[in-house]
Design a binder for this molecule. Structure first.
Ligand SMILES: C[S@@+](CC[C@H](N)C(=O)[O-])C[C@H]1O[C@@H](n2cnc3c(N)ncnc32)[C@H](O)[C@@H]1O
Length: 268
Protein backbone atom coordinates (compact mmCIF):
# COMPACT_ATOMS: atom_id res chain seq x y z
CA UNK A 1 0.00 0.00 0.00
CA UNK A 2 1.50 3.36 -1.03
CA UNK A 3 1.46 6.66 0.84
CA UNK A 4 -2.13 8.00 0.76
CA UNK A 5 -2.69 11.49 -0.61
CA UNK A 6 -5.08 13.91 1.09
CA UNK A 7 -4.35 17.23 -0.53
CA UNK A 8 -6.42 20.36 -1.13
CA UNK A 9 -7.52 21.27 -4.65
CA UNK A 10 -4.56 23.40 -5.69
CA UNK A 11 -2.13 21.27 -3.70
CA UNK A 12 -3.12 18.18 -5.73
CA UNK A 13 -1.71 19.84 -8.86
CA UNK A 14 1.81 19.25 -7.52
CA UNK A 15 1.36 15.64 -8.65
CA UNK A 16 1.30 16.76 -12.30
CA UNK A 17 4.88 18.12 -12.46
CA UNK A 18 6.00 15.26 -10.21
CA UNK A 19 4.70 12.74 -12.72
CA UNK A 20 6.12 14.82 -15.59
CA UNK A 21 9.58 14.62 -14.03
CA UNK A 22 9.20 10.89 -13.37
CA UNK A 23 8.24 10.29 -17.03
CA UNK A 24 11.21 12.41 -18.11
CA UNK A 25 13.56 10.41 -15.88
CA UNK A 26 12.44 7.21 -17.62
CA UNK A 27 13.50 8.62 -21.04
CA UNK A 28 16.92 8.45 -22.54
CA UNK A 29 18.23 11.09 -22.62
CA UNK A 30 16.39 12.67 -19.71
CA UNK A 31 16.35 16.46 -19.27
CA UNK A 32 16.29 16.62 -15.47
CA UNK A 33 17.29 13.05 -14.55
CA UNK A 34 14.97 13.22 -11.53
CA UNK A 35 15.23 9.64 -10.17
CA UNK A 36 13.70 10.77 -6.88
CA UNK A 37 10.49 11.66 -8.77
CA UNK A 38 10.33 8.05 -10.03
CA UNK A 39 10.68 6.82 -6.44
CA UNK A 40 7.96 9.18 -5.21
CA UNK A 41 5.50 8.21 -7.94
CA UNK A 42 6.05 4.56 -7.02
CA UNK A 43 5.62 5.31 -3.31
CA UNK A 44 2.47 7.48 -3.50
CA UNK A 45 -0.96 5.85 -3.69
CA UNK A 46 -2.43 7.82 -6.62
CA UNK A 47 -3.47 6.99 -10.16
CA UNK A 48 -0.88 9.06 -12.01
CA UNK A 49 -1.91 7.58 -15.37
CA UNK A 50 -4.84 10.04 -15.32
CA UNK A 51 -2.29 12.67 -16.28
CA UNK A 52 -1.59 12.76 -20.00
CA UNK A 53 -0.66 15.20 -22.72
CA UNK A 54 1.93 17.88 -23.45
CA UNK A 55 1.66 19.60 -20.04
CA UNK A 56 3.71 16.75 -18.55
CA UNK A 57 6.74 17.54 -20.72
CA UNK A 58 5.89 21.22 -20.35
CA UNK A 59 6.44 21.00 -16.60
CA UNK A 60 9.91 19.55 -17.23
CA UNK A 61 10.83 22.27 -19.74
CA UNK A 62 9.53 24.88 -17.31
CA UNK A 63 11.58 23.46 -14.42
CA UNK A 64 14.73 23.48 -16.56
CA UNK A 65 14.26 27.17 -17.50
CA UNK A 66 13.66 28.15 -13.84
CA UNK A 67 16.67 26.03 -12.80
CA UNK A 68 18.87 28.13 -15.06
CA UNK A 69 17.61 31.40 -13.52
CA UNK A 70 18.62 30.03 -10.11
CA UNK A 71 21.96 28.70 -11.41
CA UNK A 72 22.82 32.13 -12.83
CA UNK A 73 22.01 33.70 -9.42
CA UNK A 74 24.19 31.16 -7.63
CA UNK A 75 27.09 31.71 -10.04
CA UNK A 76 27.05 35.35 -8.95
CA UNK A 77 26.13 34.70 -5.29
CA UNK A 78 27.32 31.20 -4.33
CA UNK A 79 26.42 31.84 -0.66
CA UNK A 80 23.02 33.34 -1.46
CA UNK A 81 19.64 32.15 -0.19
CA UNK A 82 17.04 30.58 -2.49
CA UNK A 83 13.37 30.31 -1.49
CA UNK A 84 11.09 28.01 -3.52
CA UNK A 85 7.55 29.17 -2.71
CA UNK A 86 4.98 26.44 -3.36
CA UNK A 87 7.71 23.84 -3.87
CA UNK A 88 5.38 20.80 -3.96
CA UNK A 89 7.56 17.69 -4.25
CA UNK A 90 10.25 19.48 -6.22
CA UNK A 91 13.83 18.21 -6.04
CA UNK A 92 15.37 21.47 -7.21
CA UNK A 93 17.68 21.80 -4.18
CA UNK A 94 19.28 18.46 -5.04
CA UNK A 95 19.70 19.53 -8.66
CA UNK A 96 21.23 22.92 -7.91
CA UNK A 97 23.02 22.56 -4.57
CA UNK A 98 26.45 24.14 -5.02
CA UNK A 99 27.65 23.22 -1.54
CA UNK A 100 27.18 26.74 -0.11
CA UNK A 101 23.63 27.91 -0.95
CA UNK A 102 21.10 28.29 1.89
CA UNK A 103 17.79 26.90 0.65
CA UNK A 104 14.20 27.15 1.91
CA UNK A 105 11.27 25.19 0.44
CA UNK A 106 7.87 26.54 1.52
CA UNK A 107 4.42 25.07 0.97
CA UNK A 108 1.04 24.67 2.69
CA UNK A 109 0.66 22.35 5.68
CA UNK A 110 -0.86 19.37 3.84
CA UNK A 111 1.73 19.48 1.07
CA UNK A 112 4.53 19.84 3.61
CA UNK A 113 3.20 16.91 5.64
CA UNK A 114 3.44 14.77 2.48
CA UNK A 115 6.83 16.22 1.57
CA UNK A 116 8.24 15.46 5.02
CA UNK A 117 7.47 11.77 4.48
CA UNK A 118 10.13 11.75 1.76
CA UNK A 119 12.52 14.63 2.50
CA UNK A 120 14.44 15.73 5.61
CA UNK A 121 15.81 19.10 6.64
CA UNK A 122 19.55 19.12 6.19
CA UNK A 123 22.48 21.42 6.64
CA UNK A 124 21.58 24.52 4.53
CA UNK A 125 18.19 23.06 3.56
CA UNK A 126 15.00 23.89 5.49
CA UNK A 127 11.35 23.11 4.78
CA UNK A 128 8.78 25.66 5.97
CA UNK A 129 5.05 25.08 6.40
CA UNK A 130 3.04 28.14 5.47
CA UNK A 131 1.50 30.18 2.72
CA UNK A 132 3.18 32.35 0.13
CA UNK A 133 0.63 34.98 1.23
CA UNK A 134 1.88 34.93 4.87
CA UNK A 135 4.67 37.24 5.92
CA UNK A 136 6.10 35.32 8.88
CA UNK A 137 8.61 33.48 6.68
CA UNK A 138 10.23 36.76 5.51
CA UNK A 139 12.54 37.19 8.51
CA UNK A 140 13.30 33.51 8.63
CA UNK A 141 14.64 33.43 5.07
CA UNK A 142 16.43 36.78 5.37
CA UNK A 143 18.26 35.33 8.38
CA UNK A 144 19.55 32.61 6.03
CA UNK A 145 21.81 35.26 4.51
CA UNK A 146 21.36 37.77 1.74
CA UNK A 147 21.03 38.14 -1.18
CA UNK A 148 17.79 36.21 -1.53
CA UNK A 149 16.27 34.70 -4.68
CA UNK A 150 12.48 34.23 -4.61
CA UNK A 151 11.05 31.61 -6.93
CA UNK A 152 7.47 30.48 -7.36
CA UNK A 153 6.76 28.00 -10.12
CA UNK A 154 3.20 27.17 -11.23
CA UNK A 155 1.62 28.63 -8.07
CA UNK A 156 0.49 32.24 -8.61
CA UNK A 157 -1.53 31.25 -11.68
CA UNK A 158 -4.12 29.68 -9.33
CA UNK A 159 -5.00 32.96 -7.60
CA UNK A 160 -6.94 36.14 -8.46
CA UNK A 161 -5.04 39.01 -10.05
CA UNK A 162 -5.71 41.40 -7.13
CA UNK A 163 -4.26 38.94 -4.65
CA UNK A 164 -1.18 38.32 -6.80
CA UNK A 165 -0.59 42.03 -7.39
CA UNK A 166 -0.84 42.74 -3.64
CA UNK A 167 1.61 39.91 -2.96
CA UNK A 168 4.11 41.24 -5.49
CA UNK A 169 3.87 44.71 -3.89
CA UNK A 170 4.61 43.14 -0.49
CA UNK A 171 7.63 41.32 -1.93
CA UNK A 172 8.91 44.58 -3.43
CA UNK A 173 8.61 46.34 -0.05
CA UNK A 174 10.05 43.54 2.07
CA UNK A 175 12.79 42.36 -0.32
CA UNK A 176 14.19 45.37 -2.22
CA UNK A 177 16.53 44.75 -5.16
CA UNK A 178 15.79 41.02 -5.07
CA UNK A 179 15.32 38.63 -7.99
CA UNK A 180 11.83 37.10 -8.21
CA UNK A 181 10.99 34.40 -10.76
CA UNK A 182 7.48 33.18 -11.59
CA UNK A 183 5.34 32.18 -14.56
CA UNK A 184 2.43 34.03 -16.19
CA UNK A 185 -0.20 32.81 -18.64
CA UNK A 186 -2.24 34.64 -21.27
CA UNK A 187 -5.94 34.24 -22.09
CA UNK A 188 -5.35 31.44 -24.64
CA UNK A 189 -3.85 29.25 -21.93
CA UNK A 190 -6.58 30.02 -19.40
CA UNK A 191 -9.43 29.44 -21.85
CA UNK A 192 -8.16 26.02 -22.97
CA UNK A 193 -7.78 24.54 -19.45
CA UNK A 194 -10.93 22.44 -19.63
CA UNK A 195 -9.60 20.77 -22.80
CA UNK A 196 -6.18 20.09 -21.28
CA UNK A 197 -6.03 16.40 -20.22
CA UNK A 198 -4.06 17.14 -17.02
CA UNK A 199 -6.66 19.66 -15.89
CA UNK A 200 -9.49 17.31 -16.75
CA UNK A 201 -8.00 14.99 -14.09
CA UNK A 202 -8.08 17.59 -11.25
CA UNK A 203 -10.57 20.14 -10.02
CA UNK A 204 -8.23 23.13 -9.54
CA UNK A 205 -8.23 25.77 -12.27
CA UNK A 206 -5.85 28.60 -13.01
CA UNK A 207 -7.41 32.03 -12.53
CA UNK A 208 -4.80 34.72 -13.05
CA UNK A 209 -4.51 35.87 -16.65
CA UNK A 210 -1.48 38.04 -17.44
CA UNK A 211 -0.80 38.57 -21.11
CA UNK A 212 2.22 40.80 -20.71
CA UNK A 213 4.51 40.42 -17.66
CA UNK A 214 5.83 43.98 -18.20
CA UNK A 215 2.43 45.22 -16.98
CA UNK A 216 3.44 43.98 -13.49
CA UNK A 217 6.21 46.58 -13.21
CA UNK A 218 3.94 49.05 -11.32
CA UNK A 219 3.83 46.44 -8.51
CA UNK A 220 7.43 47.43 -7.79
CA UNK A 221 9.20 45.05 -10.17
CA UNK A 222 11.56 45.43 -13.11
CA UNK A 223 11.28 42.73 -15.79
CA UNK A 224 14.73 41.32 -16.62
CA UNK A 225 13.97 38.24 -18.72
CA UNK A 226 10.82 36.66 -20.05
CA UNK A 227 11.11 33.34 -21.82
CA UNK A 228 8.74 30.89 -23.46
CA UNK A 229 9.32 27.24 -24.32
CA UNK A 230 10.44 28.52 -27.73
CA UNK A 231 13.12 30.79 -26.20
CA UNK A 232 14.96 28.90 -23.42
CA UNK A 233 18.46 29.93 -22.31
CA UNK A 234 20.98 28.42 -24.75
CA UNK A 235 22.56 26.30 -21.96
CA UNK A 236 19.10 24.86 -21.28
CA UNK A 237 18.23 24.31 -24.96
CA UNK A 238 21.35 22.15 -25.27
CA UNK A 239 19.90 19.74 -22.68
CA UNK A 240 16.58 19.38 -24.54
CA UNK A 241 16.03 16.65 -27.14
CA UNK A 242 15.74 17.97 -30.72
CA UNK A 243 11.96 17.45 -30.77
CA UNK A 244 11.58 20.17 -28.14
CA UNK A 245 14.44 22.39 -29.31
CA UNK A 246 13.23 22.63 -32.89
CA UNK A 247 9.63 21.42 -32.62
CA UNK A 248 8.53 24.03 -30.10
CA UNK A 249 10.42 26.78 -31.93
CA UNK A 250 8.34 25.97 -35.00
CA UNK A 251 5.18 26.49 -32.94
CA UNK A 252 6.58 29.41 -30.91
CA UNK A 253 4.04 31.77 -32.48
CA UNK A 254 1.05 29.65 -31.34
CA UNK A 255 -0.75 31.24 -28.33
CA UNK A 256 -0.40 28.35 -25.84
CA UNK A 257 3.40 28.56 -26.30
CA UNK A 258 3.79 32.29 -26.92
CA UNK A 259 1.65 33.44 -23.98
CA UNK A 260 3.01 31.10 -21.29
CA UNK A 261 5.97 33.02 -19.89
CA UNK A 262 8.72 32.10 -17.45
CA UNK A 263 9.80 35.43 -16.04
CA UNK A 264 12.66 36.82 -14.04
CA UNK A 265 12.08 40.19 -12.32
CA UNK A 266 14.04 42.24 -9.81
CA UNK A 267 12.20 44.18 -7.15
CA UNK A 268 12.96 47.91 -7.18
C1 LIG B 1 1.33 23.01 -9.71
S1 LIG B 1 1.96 22.77 -8.09
C2 LIG B 1 3.65 23.29 -8.37
C3 LIG B 1 4.60 22.63 -7.43
C4 LIG B 1 6.08 22.93 -7.70
N1 LIG B 1 6.34 24.35 -7.71
C5 LIG B 1 6.51 22.29 -8.99
O1 LIG B 1 6.66 23.00 -10.00
O2 LIG B 1 6.71 21.06 -8.97
C6 LIG B 1 1.27 24.10 -7.13
C7 LIG B 1 1.84 24.17 -5.73
O3 LIG B 1 1.39 25.36 -5.08
C8 LIG B 1 1.24 25.06 -3.71
N2 LIG B 1 0.40 26.11 -3.11
C9 LIG B 1 -0.91 26.36 -3.32
N3 LIG B 1 -1.32 27.41 -2.60
C10 LIG B 1 -0.22 27.84 -1.91
C11 LIG B 1 0.00 28.88 -0.98
N4 LIG B 1 -0.98 29.71 -0.60
N5 LIG B 1 1.24 29.03 -0.45
C12 LIG B 1 2.24 28.18 -0.82
N6 LIG B 1 2.09 27.19 -1.71
C13 LIG B 1 0.88 27.01 -2.24
C14 LIG B 1 0.61 23.69 -3.75
O4 LIG B 1 0.65 23.03 -2.51
C15 LIG B 1 1.45 23.01 -4.82
O5 LIG B 1 2.60 22.44 -4.26
Amino acid sequence: MGEPVTLGEIQETLLIPLYGRACDAARNPSILGDRKAVELVAAIDYDFTRFRGPSLSGSVLRASIFDEYVRAFLREHPHGTVVDLGCGLSTRFDRLDNGTVRWFDLDLDDTMALRRKFFDDRDRYTMLSGSIFDTDWYDRVRAGGEPVFLLSEAVLLYFDAERVHALLRRFAEAFPNTPVAFDTGGPAMMKTQDRNPVFRAVSARMRWTCDDPATLEPCGLRLRESRTFATPQSAVARTWPARYRYGIKAFGWAPPVSTYKLNLFTTR
